[in-house]
Write a protein that binds this ligand. Sequence first.
Ligand code: THG
Length: 265
Amino acid sequence: MLIIGERINYTRAHIQEAIKARNSGFLVKEARRQIDAGAGYIDVNCAMSLGDEVQDIDWVVSVIQSEIGDVSICIDSPNYLAIKRALEAYRAKGRLFINSITGEGSRIDLIVPLAVKYNTALIALTMGDGGMPNSAEERFAIAKDILAKVSNKGFKAENLYFDPLIRPIATEPEQAREFLRSIPMIKSLGARTICGLSNISYGLPDRKVINSTFLAMAIQSGLDGAILDPTEKQIISSISAAQALICEDEYCAEYIKAFREGRLV
Ligand code: THG
């Protein structure tokens, strides 16, 4: 299970302050904390920057990799120029994700060649021209269409991670089920699946309960990765338990290791 740490996001007040003040120590600490908690990748999102997103993301990637030489980064932006600049700035000995493309043709034409050139993995939201999908079948149809377009440009299905888009169950209770149903359908294409987790519980109390339970259900359905806050012990506990329960953790070794290292609730 791939964990992408979500904490370095401009929408979070402390992060915004640190980026504006060019406080590199704070950002490096946020990255390090997430890696220590189990993140394999650090998501970097400056999309809501009140300054210049391109300059900000360049600076964030540069300061993190200068202190953590093997950091893997998930470049999270809707802006082609910001993605391009972050790719150019990256020099660490890790792996990269571009987050994200949609079914929109012009975006695929711009970004997939970058993913091929820089040998990155790629997240594709299952969003076509018709807006947000409702059923699992709609999500699958969009994924199939995106996979065909992306394969045409020489990108390999195994490096493509579809995000079937979680919506809050508080307002659309059937969406969790449709999301879960779509996972094996999308994986039958030879691609992988990933999601941002926290939207599922929007508007509900005690969100961690919903987030961690839903994640365990999604892991059972075959989810390959998630963008989440790895410093939340309840979520890391659910991941460890779910992996052991679906036989993805031989002799529960990782579960026991997480317990010994104090990473479980
Ligand atoms: N899919 C993909 N990428 C994504 C998302 C997704 N990137 C952005 C987002 N969703 C995931 N990242 C975050 C980062 C921070 C927060 C939530 C998601 C966050 N949320 C606070 C909360 O939920 O309470 C609100 C902000 C705050 O007040 O701190 O921090 O779905 N591919």
